[in-house]
Ligand binder design. Sequence first.
Ligand SMILES: [Zn+2]
Length: 238
Amino acid sequence: MAPIKPHWAQPSHPDIQEVIINDAEFTTKSISKVTLPPWALFAKLDFPPCTQAAEPTYATVQYGRDKHLNLNSDLLYINHSCEPSLYFDMTAMTVTAGPKGVQTGEELTFFYPSTEWYMAQPFDCLCGKETCRGRISGARDMTSEHLGNAHLNVHIRQLLAEKYATELAIATPAVDTNVHVNGGGKHTNGLSSANGTGIDYAYLGVTDALAGAVAGSLRRGPTSRELSGEMGGDTSVY
Ligand SMILES: [Zn+2]
């Protein structure tokens, strides 16, 4: 992320973080001063220095469905990576080591879609990791395949479940129309009810099924086949 003028006393986290500013390239990154096992506490997100933000910006972190905070510290200078060394736990209001822990000298990174539902400025990730997703946006605009087995905050998981359920509820009547008008061509996945009014039934059923699928994706890894193939059929829009 591009350097921004800090309005806080620097360094804010001298024991755990070294901020490196590259003026020539307008880039900033952070290096870990500590080695921690997976999920160990790295830093707390206290209010203050954190403050509630009125709306999301490039300098905020989302901590609820409609809640965003300004970090107001050097923690702002933590870049995105598809294999992050840190995790922002916005329920516990902590920053922990990532799924593989963090090593002294390693760049401090986190997976931006793990906290952000929407990002005004998506970007191309250059993390170079084997699992790099390429284009990074808020979780709303990423495919279930690209979110993969990333560790996501509760508010992101809930919003994803609602998004998938809504898309399928919209897709279901389209399938029904297609069957009647064109005499088929698209499978219905059994979502249409016998009385022809099955939208509500389908919606409820699909909601539960997808909530389970989303939860499953967090445990098992990519489930794009489940989400867009078996459940959504060829009518889903991702
Ligand atoms: Zn990447």
